[in-house]
Design a protein around this ligand. Structure first.
Ligand code: ADP
Ligand code: MG
Length: 267
């Protein structure tokens, strides 16, 4: 049964989408079966995985409001090697419509339960807010991966996010944990970034992933080709870092995954 992870940070432009698609592609490279769920109405993960968000027959929106089962809205994208449950701007309306719907914070969990056995990893790219959509992600996840830039204000938003995770853990989802903080767009020449990175490690210890994702123009270019950097240019230093991060993720959550798999095997 898949392990489900949210890629979350309520700030925009911090590297959530880049992390989602490249971690997915990195996991595929090491033999994992991966589904990516785009929970952001901007649909960047959908486009960045090679799907035209305007041409989708069914999206995560239809799944959330109960108009389509997940299996009908998921598409396999051959070029990237993983499956995608896509999104477009229609999803922005879900926020309002969900309020009226029964079990509104568990809609995604209920929908993914039907297809969870088909994957090793499900990665959910969350919108830049602590909204009902993000809540749906957190409610069905085993863990949260937080990409962040090592800038002065980075630490500020972090406590809100950590508090949200704690609240969801206490009230809605006992399985939810902060898996780790991922330093992205890192430029080692910047003294400030070095300092913030050290503060992060001092504060969060081994909750900070060992892998650091450098600032790398190939990662920024890849989405315009509808590809994750890891596939667009696997030898670029940003791609190499994401492939390394995929290994670190498997190592970090691998023990639980192995136990879960063993438990699921019929005697
Ligand atoms: P979010 O999903 O949090 O809004 P994105 O992943 O879309 O953030 O990243 C914001 C911008 O930064 C995008 O233009 C993306 O291509 C670029 N970017 C992300 N990570 C890197 C990186 N490591 N090096 C260079 N550019 C990056
Ligand atoms: Mg994004």
């Amino acid at each position: 049964m898949a392990r489900i992870f949210c890629i979350a940070n309520q700030k925009g432009g911090v590297g959530k989408t880049t992390t989602t698609v490249n971690l997915a592609a990195g996991l595929v490279r090491i033999g994992q079966r991966v589904l990516v769920v785009d929970l952001d109405p901007q649909g960047n993960t959908t486009m960045g995985s090679g799907l035209d968000k305007r041409a989708l027959e069914a999206t995560v929106y239809d799944v959330l409001i109960g108009a389509a089962p997940a299996a009908d809205a998921i598409q396999h994208v051959e070029r990237v090697g993983y499956d995608v449950l896509g999104a477009n701007r229609e999803l922005a309306g879900a926020e309002v419509e969900l309020v009226e719907i029964d079990q509104r914070d568990r809609r995604l969990k209920l929908a993914l339960a039907e297809i969870q056995d088909d994957y090793d990893f499900i990665l959910i790219d969350c919108p830049p807010s602590l909204s009902l959509l993000t809540l749906n992600g957190l409610t069905c996840a085993h863990g949260v991966i937080v990409p962040m830039q090592c800038e002065y204000f980075a630490l500020e938003g972090l406590s809100d996010l950590v508090n949200s995770i704690k609240q969801v853990h206490a009230n809605l989802n006992r399985e939810l944990h902060l898996i780790g903080l991922l330093r992205v767009m890192f430029d080692p020449r910047m003294t400030l970034q070095q300092q913030v990175s050290e503060q992060l490690q001092a504060h969060f210890g081994d909750k900070v992933f060992k892998t650091i994702i450098p600032r790398n123009v190939r990662l920024a270019e890849a989405p315009s080709y509808g590809l994750p950097g890891v596939i667009f240019d696997p030898t670029a230093k940003g791609s190499v870092a994401f492939i390394e991060f995929a290994r670190e993720m498997v190592e970090r959550v691998g023990v639980q995954a192995a136990v879960a798999k063993a438990g699921a095997t019929p005697a």
